[in-house]
Write a protein that binds this ligand. Sequence first.
Ligand code: R5P
Length: 284
Amino acid sequence: MFVIGSGAKHLEDEMRQFGAEILEVELRRFPDGEKYVRVMGSGSEATVISSTFYPQDERILELLLIGDALRERGFEKLRAVIPYFAYGRQDRVVKEGEPISVRAVMRALGLYYDELYVVDIHNPKTLSYFPGKAVNISPARAITEYFRGKLGEGIVLAPDRGALRRAKVVAELIGVEYSHFEKHRISPTDVEMRPVEVDVSGKNVLIVDDIISTGGTMIKASSILKKLGARRIFVGVTHGVFAEGAIERVSKAVDELAVTNTIPTPVSKISIVPDIVSLKPNRG
Ligand code: R5P
C-alpha cells in the first residue's frame, strides 16, 4: 500500500498503471501556513513515497507528519521511498560549526520509518546514518532502457572518477565500453580535462551522472568531446536539480538531455516508477 506525498504526485498516474494500491491522504495547509496531513484507511504496512525537491524542508517535514499519522493509525511497518533525497550533498563538515545535514535528515526519518529507499543517493555511504535498513536504488536500468537504441556502438562516460561506477553499470547493461574524464596538468598553469584511455572520435557518447545543477559539468564535458571529434553527445542523469536556465544551456550544448522523473522537469523523460513499484517489502 503506497501513500503518495506532495513530492511524488507526478508519479501517481504511472504508479496506478502499474497496479499500485494507493492509500488516500489529505494534504493541505492551515491558514497560518502550517501543514495539515490526514491519512485515510488502515492497515499494517505502508510505503510512503515523496521526492524531496524544492521546497525541500517542507517535503521532509511532510514525510515526518505522514509517518506520525500512519503510526497513530496503527501501521506497524513503514517504508519511505525518497526518489530524490535532499541534503544528500551536505555529507561532511567543510567549515567548522556546520552540521552533517544528510545525517540529520536520515536520523529524523528514522524516528518513523523502518526502511528507506533512495534513488541514486549522492554518497551511498551516507545511508548508514539511517537507523534501519537503507537501500540505494540504481538508475541504471532506467537510463539504459532509454538510451540503448540511441547510443549504438558508443561509449559511456562519467564526468569524473567518482561517478564511474554508475557509468560502468550502464555501459555493461548496454554492452559498450566506458571510461571517465580526468584532469591532466599540461603546464604549471594549465589543466586539461579529457576522457581516459578511450578514443571518442567519430563515436556516440553518453555522459552519465547523478545530478545536474548549474549544468557547468556537462557543458564542459560536451565541449571537450566535440573538440575530440565525438559524433553525437547524449546526457543521461538521475536528478535534474536544474538551476535557472540550466536546461536550456545543457540542451544547447548536447544532442539530447534526458533525466529521470525523480524530480519533475521538462526533460524528465526517463521513468524510475518500474523500479519503485517492484520493491519487495522486507517482512519481519
Ligand atoms: C558532483 O559531485 C555531482 O556528481 C555533479 O557532477 C555536480 O553536482 C553537477 O553540478 P553542475 O551541474 O553544477 O556542474
